[in-house]
Structures are given as structure tokens and as C-alpha cells.
Design a protein around this ligand. Sequence first.
Ligand code: SAJ
Length: 445
Amino acid sequence: MSTPLVGLRSKIESKQAHLGVIGLGYVGLTVACAFAEVGFDVLGVELREDRVAMVNAGISPIDGNEPGIAELLRRVVDSGKLRATAQYSQLGDRDVVLICVETPVDEHHVPRYDSLHSVLTGLGPVVESGALVVVESTISPGTMDGLVRPVLEESSGRRVNDSILLGHCPERVMPGKLLANLHTIGRVVGGMTPATGEVMAALYRHVVQGDLDIVDCVTAEVVKTAENAYRDVQIAFANEVALICELVGADAWQVRDLVNKSPGRAMLRPGAGVGGHCIPKDPWLLAYAAGEKWDSPLIRAARFINDTMPYHVVSLLVDALGSVGLALKGSRILVLGYAYLEDSDDTRNSPSEALVARLRELGAHVVVHDPWVRGYEGDVYERARGCDAVVLMVNHSAYGSLNLAALKQSLRQPTLIDGRRVFDAGRANAAGLIYRAVGLGMKQT
Ligand code: SAJ
């Protein structure tokens, strides 16, 4: 191991290394707090001055219910271990810099690296010689070699693996469990060289109890994007089986239970669509890497199926209203759930967004209820008053205990469309509701 690496490794092992974290969103803030908590001096760099001010005041800028973050942030700011700035120039004394910025895909499913590019351009001129730079953002395979390395070498005037060390350690946090996941879930540690990977593992060992698997950068890029593409394909399979069950008169949830009794099967849950910050995006990052050489038909098909589901829910609604001679145009529809995930306030890429837009396009008047999303809270039965249908899109725990008889009383038309199979068809019918559900064949209702 070269001298710079030996020196850096001992500074990391003794926690004397000064850390920088660029991007104080839900990923960056979590990792900054975690390293500060174990004693590192951490400087957070964040473009948004309001977030900088909040962090320096010990107030978490992260929305939602994130156990442990607010208290930990206050503690590490009060102890002086973590501070934030908008100035890249202050990164000049950092031995390690973690990059945690957004890496979205555009409407053509092409990665947009504007944030990553500007971070590397801003960091290059100030980064200390011998420093370790780690990209935690999820990126398309080939991006470390094709973009990160050349841009950083260009902006710093230094050579990677010579006077700059570079690696990729993709984040694996999940909303609602940010801190817990960071500590417990293992990480893939991609170093531009094996020696860099070893130093990165020495760093993350301070905060990660799970495995730290040292690999090269492209392997780390593929693992992260593939683990989410894998889940997207699994969900799409469940959704396709559900669509077939509806057509042949079977119950997809019963089918799923019985399929999963077969050894080695683990069919996921069909539903009203796939949202969030990871699953809808990461498959495109993986597919993009293959370029023109391989079109990734399975990944694309899975994305198509999952993105179709909110529109399938609309077709179930049209069918249910049609069965009593009602048109969707001019009807009043209550949508239950606007978050992308149960018991979460996160609405990023929510399937409900697509559903509501489509219903409005078709001339329906839409009312939204969600106990977790600011502005959509309130009494469900009140919101249902005068509506011609209720469409459940998110299986928030609160909805499981809904009184169907009371719901029917509030409704103008007794129609219930169940996008997440929260309710039982028999009970819904017994309550006098016209019931349709994703994956439920007509013979079963
Ligand atoms: N969904 C289904 N059917 C399922 C599971 C999920 O329709 O069987 C839908 C959900 O309703 C949601 C979307 O898919 O709209 C995503 O749900 P998710 O459970 O995958 O939750 P995410 O988006 O928070 O995924 C994250 C990912 N973690 C990271 O990227 C670090 C994913 O890799 C994890 O597997 C997942 O959390 C998890 O297991 O909780």
C-alpha cells in the first residue's frame, strides 16, 4: 500500500481523519450524523442555505418519521462534531469526502448527472492531495470510470490512484429506517484499486455492522442497480399474474399464497403500482449501461407493467361505475393514500399521482385522503361524503380498520376499488359495496 494510503488508513482507523459529506439530503445527513456520532469531525456541504442553517441549529431538515435522526443531529452539532456550510472551499482540509447527491433519470429514462457533475467540478480544485473521494449516490454501471474519474481528474489537475483515491459505496438506506439501515445493512465497497477498497472498508467499519464486501467500482455499480431492478421485476411478475387472474376468474392473493408454498418461491404482492425514490429509477440506470448493445427487454417490460397498474385501477373503477350505469366523467372519487408506501409520508413517484391525474383528465372530481401526508389528513368518512367511489391506493395501517358499513353510509354510490387488497370481498359485498380489486377475478367478487 502506498505511503498516502498508509497515512490515510491510520488516520481513519484512529478517527483522526476529517470527513466531508456533500449533499445533506436523507442519505448525506444520515451518514454525516453516523460518522460524527462515532467521533469523526464531519463537515457537511449543502447548496441550500436553509438546510445549512437548520443543520447548524441542530434541527433536522428531513421530512417524515425518521427514528433517531433528530436527536442524533442535535447531539453531534452540539458536540461540535458536525457542522454544515455551503462553501466548497472549506473542504480543503478533508481527508475523506463522501458524495451523496441525487442521480435521477429524465423522461426518456436517461440518467441526469448534473448534480454529480457540478459537485465534482466544485470539489476538484479544493480537494486535498491524497484524499479519498467516495460516491454514495446510485449510478449507472460505468459512471465511475466514464464520468466521475475524468471529471475529478480534470477539475483537480490530479491523477486518481496517485494523489486522489476514488471509490463507490452505494447507499442502502430506506425512508423510515435511515439510521437503522445504515448501521445494520451490509455495503458493497467499490475501490478504484483493491488497496483503496481496503481503506474504504476501514472507514465504513466504524458505522456499518453488516458485511463490507470489497469489489471493483463497476461491480458495486451493478450490484446496487441490479438489487433494485430485481425487486422491480419481481413486483412486475406479481402484477402480471394478477392481471391474468382477473381475466381467468382466479384470486391472485390466494394464488400467491399457494405459489409461495412451493419451495424456493417468494412471489411478491400485486398492487396499484410502484413508487419511491429507488425502485422506479434504478432499473433504468442498470439498463442504460448496456446502451445499444442490449435493450434490456425484461427490465423495460417490468417498468412498463408496474407503471401500467395505476391505469389498470382506473379501468376497474370505470367497470364498477359502469355496472350501475354511471360514467366516470362528472363523478366524485375519493382516493385513499397518496404516499408511495404504507405508513410513510414520502410521495415521491407515488402511483396515486398518476391515478389522480388520469381521473381528472377523464373528468372526475377527485378528493384525496392520506393520514401521513400533510394536507390530506382528516376524517375518511367525512371525505367520502357524496362520493361515487372510494379507491384504495396505499395500504396504510389506518385503512385496515375502516368500517365498511359506515363508509357506505357516507357514499353517494357504494363503490370500493381495492388497489392493495386490504379488504375482503365477502365483507365488502355484505356491507352493500360494489367491490373490485387488483388481481381478483370477477367470479371471485
Ligand atoms: N410494492 C409492491 N409490491 C410489493 C412490494 C412493493 O407493489 O410486493 C410497491 C410499494 O407499494 C411501493 C414500491 O413498490 O410503491 C416500492 O416499495 P419497496 O418496498 O421496494 O420500498 P422502497 O422503495 O423503499 O425500496 C427500498 C429499497 N432500498 C434501497 O434502495 C436501499 C429496496 O432495495 C428494498 O428492497 C426495499 O426498500 C425494502 O425491502 O424495504
